[in-house]
Design a protein around this ligand. Structure first.
Ligand code: THU
Length: 142
């Protein structure tokens, strides 16, 4: 992935954050998932009055993609923070989202870009964020 592609992905995550529905936590998150075919699928967090039906931005993006037949991914950018202003800090994906990414991504290769409102980011592999992650499909393939 080029630096320009990464920059673009972080920008798309920031744009997706505009659609965040977070009336309960006011923590607004956007994600942009890059498929191996070069498509960008965005997502935002979608909260619920009953709390547990809440869906994180990352899972929204993964589920949108998989439900449209896209299952191979290269990277995801995530931008999250409180309120309407641009996030000053990075927000890391929750454990459930890490596990969902594990289902479809090669943990050693897949890149997770944690973006900030100024367009900068920190990057990790999924393996760094989820060491010894659980997978049945990957065990079967070996
Ligand atoms: N959230 C995400 O969208 N992604 C994460 O990985 C962490 C948490 C959302 C869920 C909830 O709407 C809000 O942030 C506060 O937890």
């Amino acid at each position: 992935m080029t630096e320009e592609q990464k920059e673009e992905l972080v920008k798309k995550a920031l744009e997706a954050r505009q659609f965040s529905y977070a009336p309960y936590s006011n923590f607004r998150v956007g994600a942009a998932l890059l498929s191996k075919g070069g498509q960008i699928i965005t997502g935002c967090n979608i909260e619920n009055a009953a709390y547990s039906p809440t869906n994180c931005a990352e899972r929204t993006a993964v589920f949108k993609a998989v439900s449209e037949g896209i299952r191979e991914f290269e990277a995801i950018a995530i931008v999250g923070g409180p309120g309407e202003e641009l996030p000053k800090e990075t927000a890391a994906p929750c454990g459930v989202c890490r596990q969902v990414l594990m289902e479809f991504c090669d943990a050693k290769e897949f890149q997770v870009l944690l973006g900030k409102g100024d367009g900068t980011w920190q990057e990790y592999t999924l393996e760094e964020l989820l060491p010894l992650g659980f997978s049945l499909t990957k065990t079967e393939q070996e």
